[in-house]
Ligand binder design. Sequence first.
Ligand code: HEM
Length: 520
Amino acid sequence: MATTKVPLAARQLALIGARSTHVSAALNPTENVSNARARAFSEVPRPGKLQFLRAFLPGGEFRNLSITDFALTLRKRYGDVFVIPGFFGRTDLVVTFSTKDIEMVFRNEGIWPDRGLFESVAYFREHIRPEVFESTKGLVATQGEEWGKLRSALNPVFMQPKGLKMYYKPLSNINNEFIERIKEIRDPKTLEVPGDFEEEMARMIFESISLIAFNCEMGLIRKHRNNPDALTLFKSSRDIFRLIYLLDVQPSIWKYISTPTYRKMMRIQNESLNVSQRLVEEARLDLERRRAAGEQTANSSMMDRMLDIDPKIAVIMGWDILFAGVDGTLMLLSALLLCLSKNQDKQHKLREELMRVMPTKESLLNEASMKDMPYLRAVIKEALRYYPNGLGTTRKCKQDVTLSGYNIPQGTDILVASNALMTDNEYYPQADKFLPERWLRDAETNKKMQITPFTFLPFGFGPRQCIGKRIVDLEIETSLAKIIRNFHVEFNHDASKPFKTTFLMEPAIKFRFKFTDVEN
Ligand code: HEM
C-alpha cells in the first residue's frame, strides 16, 4: 500500500448520488464483474460500529478530524479497501484506494451513474421547499433517468466551449476590479495583503460565478461590497459544505432531532434560495424585454439558455452553481498562488508565456489566445494534483462487483479515493515537487508523461463528472493570467500546511501574499 500526504477529495458535489440500471458499454465483456470466488462483503476489513462511533465523540481519535485524515488512518490500519460503518439511518460506505477497483467502479457505473446524495440537501428539496423542486430536484439531488434527462438538457449549455465565448470580456472586467482591489488593500510598504485575503479571493470567484449563474454583476469586489442579496448568497455558498460535513458525513442525529446545525442548514438554504428566485425572475424579465426589443440571440448567455429550457431549472441551477462552484474554485486559485510563490522559477516561466500572449497588462484574452498558453494550463493541472481537493467522489454500485477480491453487493455506496493517488510517488514521480512540466511534452523526446489511468480525476469521471469543469478552466485561466501578468507574487510565511480538509479543502493559514507590480 502506498501512503502519502493526502489532501482532500475531489470536490463539493463529489458525494452526491443516483440510482440506475444500465451497465456501461465500456466494460470489458471478459471482465468478471462479480466473482464467485470472491470473499464475502462481511469480510471487508472495517472498524466495529461502536468503536467507530466512539472515535467521533469528545476525546475520540477522529473527533474534529477531516474525512481525509480519518480515511487515511483507516487505510493504514486496514489496507486499500475498507468499510466505514453506517449508523443513524446511514448505509455502510466502502472506501477504495486501488486503481483497479476505481476502474471497476467507473466502468460499471452505467449511463446514469448514481452518486450518494447529501441527505440534508435532498431533504430540504423534498420536504422544506417542495414547491420549487416539484419538476426536478436539480443535478446534485437526483438520480437515474430523471438525472439523465436533466443532465442531457444542461450539457450543451455548460460543456460546449462556444457557450463560454461571451464571458471573456465581462470576466476580464471582474479580474481588473480584483487587480485594483489588491492595489487598494496591500500594505504600501511591505506590499503584503491583509490576513483576510482569502475572503477577497472568494469575493472575486463569487462575482465571476454569479455572473454566469444569474447574468448579473453583484459588485462584491469593490462597488457594492455590502449588497445584501449578494452577501446572502456569498455566505451560504461558503457555509454549505461545512454544514454538509457535519450533518451528512460525520455521525449526526438530525434525522431524529432538530439540531442547531440542522436548523442552520435549513435556514441558509431557505434564504439563499429566495434570493436565487428573485435574481432569476429579474433575469427572465430582462430577457423578455430584450427579445421584445428584437435582440439577436446568437450569443445567448448561459442563464438565457437555461431560462429557455425552464425558468424553474434556471433557479435551481443558478443556486447549485454557486454552492458547487465557489469554494472549490477558490481553493484552486489559492493553491495556484501558493505553488507559484514557492516556485519562483515556474512563475517566471509562466510570466514569459503571458508576456508573449498579453503584450500589455490590459490585453483581453480570447479563445485563440488561450490556446496559445500551454504552460498556463500545465500549471493549473499541476496545482490540482499538488493540492487535491478532497478524497474523491462516490458511486452507488449498479450491480454486484468484485473489489480487491471482495464481493460488493449492488446498491453499496463506494468512495473512490482517487485524489489520494495524485500525491503518491508510485504514480507521480517526485510527487512532492511542483512540476508543471510533467504535463507537457518533453523538449528532447517530444513525449508526454505516461499517466496511470484513473489516477488523475480531480473533476470526477464519466457522464456524471463535474458539469462546471469548463467554467473552472475559463475562470481560473483568465484570472491567474491577469494576476501573474500584473504582479510578482510571493508568500513569505510558513506554507508547510496551508490547507486542512474537513469534507473538502479549507485554508489553514492566512494568505498574506506579497504583490509587487510587474513593470510593463
Ligand atoms: C476547482 C473547482 C471544482 C472542482 C475540483 C470540482 C469537482 C467536482 C467533482 C469531483 C464532482 C463530482 C464528479 C463525479 O462524481 O464524477 C463535481 C460535480 C459537480 N460540479 Fe464541480 N468542481 C469544481 C467547480 C465547479 C463549478 C465552478 C461548478 C459550476 C459552475 C460546478 C458544478 C458541479 C455540479 C453541478 C456537479 C454535479 C454534477 C452532476 O451530478 O451531474 N463545479 N465537481
